[in-house]
Design a protein around this ligand. Structure first.
Ligand code: ATP
Length: 325
């Protein structure tokens, strides 16, 4: 095995709080072990355009507590093409890069897998607020995002109670309902609508439950709606028309992505960053750093990407079971 001399690190896809803590850990641990580190700007776009910077221990000072990513991120259309990926690979060779640490979601890992097929060694660190990567129990950014959304819903609940309103709060989650589930449960929402259970968003049954609840004297009715389920403003209009109960929709939107990362995200990101460098130093190739049974491990990238996420069923059965008792 040749000695690892230079690695690169990039962030890709949607930004997530804690990405900076992961970048910092990768850079500091690699440099401490005599490995040179380049930072790639703007995800795969920077790799294609050879937009790389030298990273030192100082270049990651004061970022462990900062949201977003100092390396910026992008969704790269060009990287979806053979031509784009070949250019990216050539730039890796030109910069003497032995391996790349890719911090991002599922899509970024699919891109990483393609790059590995050209010969580059890739290590993925899961970072997405959606918690939608099958091979890991945790993704960097989720904890911060749910706490931010939870605080937002608590505030809406106060005003909703004062006015005796129904409030629909839309949280992020085009295909995954984890943010809605966690925030809905932690705020005591009356309804949680998730893309994996679109049938629970049947308007007729929501109308019935809303009418019964308000008749019983409830002073608020919170519906947490994951964005992939449907338009919250339309739902609010429909509910108000059918029940006569004042109904407002609030879309929390991008504020769920930003902000200083929580303690959990900083710690996990730091551990995953160090684990990625350890994996490379021990000669591993093409892995994803994961949390499995609460422990940090690494698994083959292709195997990880082939896994299907099925824990939402268990989650829904447990939490909705509480409601029905
Ligand atoms: P998030 O889940 O937070 O949105 P993500 O990493 O899943 O993050 P994507 O936009 O899906 O975000 O992927 C990031 C980038 O990875 C894409 O813009 C694209 O450049 C690259 N990518 C995704 N899928 C592939 C693929 N099959 N082949 C090559 N590159 C890909």
């Amino acid at each position: 095995m040749d000695k690892l001399k230079n690695i690169a690190v990039l962030s890709s896809g949607g930004d997530a709080p804690g990405m900076n803590a992961a970048i910092r850990a990768v850079v500091r641990d690699a440099v401490n072990n005599g490995i040179g580190v380049k930072g790639v700007l703007r995800g795969f776009n920077g790799l294609i355009e050879n937009d790389l910077i030298d990273m030192t221990k100082n270049s990651v000072s004061n970022i462990v507590n900062v949201g977003g990513t100092i390396l910026y991120t992008a969704r790269s259309k060009m990287f979806m093409t053979d031509e784009g990926r070949k250019m990216a690979y050539q730039n890796c060779l030109k910069n003497n890069i032995d391996a790349i640490v890719i911090i991002g979601g599922d899509g970024s890992f699919r891109g990483a897998l393609e790059l590995s097929k050209l010969g580059m060694n890739v290590i993925g660190i899961p970072a997405t607020i959606d918690l939608d990567i099958a091979c890991t129990e945790y993704t960097i950014g989720f904890d911060t995002a749910i706490n931010t959304a939870m605080e937002g819903i608590d505030r809406i609940r106060d005003t909703s109670t004062s006015h005796v309103r129904c409030s629909i709060v839309e949280v992020m989650g085009r295909n995954a309902g984890y943010i809605a589930l966690y925030t809905g449960i932690s705020t005591g929402a009356e309804e949680i609508l998730i893309p994996e259970r679109k049938e629970s968003a049947m308007i007729a049954s929501i109308i019935t439950r809303l009418k019964i609840a308000m008749k019983k004297g409830k002073r608020h009715y919170i519906i947490v709606n994951a964005e992939g389920v449907g338009n919250s403003y339309e739902l609010a209009k429909e509910l108000e028309k059918e029940t006569g109960i004042e109904t407002r929709a609030t879309v929390l939107g991008y504020l769920q992505r930003g902000g200083s990362p929580s303690c959990r995200d900083r710690v996990l990101a730091s551990m995953m960053g160090v684990s990625s460098v350890n994996a490379l130093m021990s000669g591993k190739r093409n892995r994803i750093i994961v949390v499995k049974n609460g422990m940090i491990k690494d698994i083959d990238i292709e195997e990880g990407l082939n896994m299907k996420k099925n824990d939402i069923d268990e989650f829904v059965n447990t939490t909705f079971g509480v409601e029905s008792k």
